[in-house]
Design a protein around this ligand. Structure first.
Ligand code: ADP
Length: 307
């Protein structure tokens, strides 16, 4: 197979591991910076050019599109899709998962466990918004935040009100969420490939920190998840229409709740914590899907998440 990896940096752990895994299995692989791709969208003859070359003949494309380049990156991916290249994750599924509100709305429609969540842009009645989600303590999140930045724990009603007012002063949309205290500063990252959780790790925030992000000093360990957690994670990825996903769960008193579904989950933390070859599993998934396509197997028409 000829595989393209859309990644801005070939030196990143995840990109390197995917290249390695593809080559080990005898495939030809190229890393392309999506921002440097340019496209011809003439009727019926879609083309992607790169440094003067008209790219062609790719069987599959692995998108590793950073949050800050979602718009252009998914347009390049869509162009590959139009050329008949198999995307490990579809552009529409990536766009869907990058929108936190849309994602939560879709997950809630499927009845998947979520923390009680409210969202607002400029509420006239902050008091009512806070009441609506059950009152303090609350977690307040900036919609644009990543890696735990812009996630605040407001322990009292007064603190919740002032944080909300501060965020609103910045004209930012916010998400207000029930604080899952019983999670104990830990979350569970389930790594999905196809319709299976292939690996899971527990991330624990450092002492006194409710955020478990590894970027904030959290640590990761292998964990055994329950059948309920497994099925919640699989259903969440399926709802988003993602073949590969990192589903973050919290263990709450009312069962597993989904915090986020990530469409470009990093490999370093999970491969190190579990010792599994997850890059290899992704390449094998592509091999299987393309083989099914050639033989016209029914699983290609499996229904996808909508919206
Ligand atoms: P980001 O996408 O910026 O990483 P998250 O929404 O994942 O932000 O939040 C960061 C961390 O904060 C999570 O990994 C989790 O440990 C903790 N956290 C987030 N929301 C809640 C919540 N409602 N209750 C308890 N802990 C939470």
């Amino acid at each position: 197979m000829k595989i393209a990896i859309l990644s801005r940096n070939p030196k990143l752990y995840s990109t390197r591991r995917l290249v390695e895994a593809a080559q080990e299995r005898g495939h030809e692989v190229r890393v392309l910076d999506a921002l440097r791709c340019y496209m011809n969208i003439t009727s019926n003859r879609p083309e992607v050019h790169y440094k003067g070359e008209n790219l062609s003949g790719f069987d599959a494309v692995i998108p590793r599109i950073g949050a800050s380049v979602t718009f252009y990156g998914t347009a390049v991916l869509r162009q590959f899709e139009m050329m008949g290249t198999f995307p490990l994750n579809e552009s529409v599924a990536i766009t869907r998962s990058r929108d936190k509100l849309r994602s939560l709305q879709l997950l809630s429609r499927k009845g998947i466990g979520l923390p009680v969540t409210g969202f607002a842009h400029r509420p006239d009645d902050v008091d009512d918004l806070i009441k609506m989600v059950g009152g303090a303590p609350l977690v307040i999140k900036l919609l644009e935040g990543t890696q735990g930045i812009g996630v605040v724990l407001a322990e009292t009603q007064k603190a919740a009100e002032s944080v909300m007012e501060a965020f609103m002063g910045l004209k930012a949309s916010v998400l207000v969420q029930e604080f899952i205290k019983e999670a104990g500063g830990a979350d569970i990252r389930c790594f999905i490939v196809g319709d299976k959780v292939v690996a899971a790790m527990k991330r624990q925030g450092k002492e006194g920190e409710f955020r478990s992000n590894l970027h904030r000093g959290g640590s990761a360990t292998l964990i055994r998840i329950t059948p309920e957690e497994r099925s919640t994670a699989v259903r969440a990825a399926k709802t988003m229409g993602l073949n590969v996903a990192g589903v973050d769960l919290l263990r709450s008193n009312h069962g597993p709740v989904v915090m986020e579904v990530n469409s470009s989950p990093g490999l370093e933390g999970i491969e190190n914590a579990t010792g599994k070859d997850i890059a290899g599993m992704q390449i094998e998934f592509i091999e299987k899907r393309l083989a099914e396509k050639k033989t016209g197997s029914a699983s290609m028409t499996r229904t996808r998440g909508k919206g």
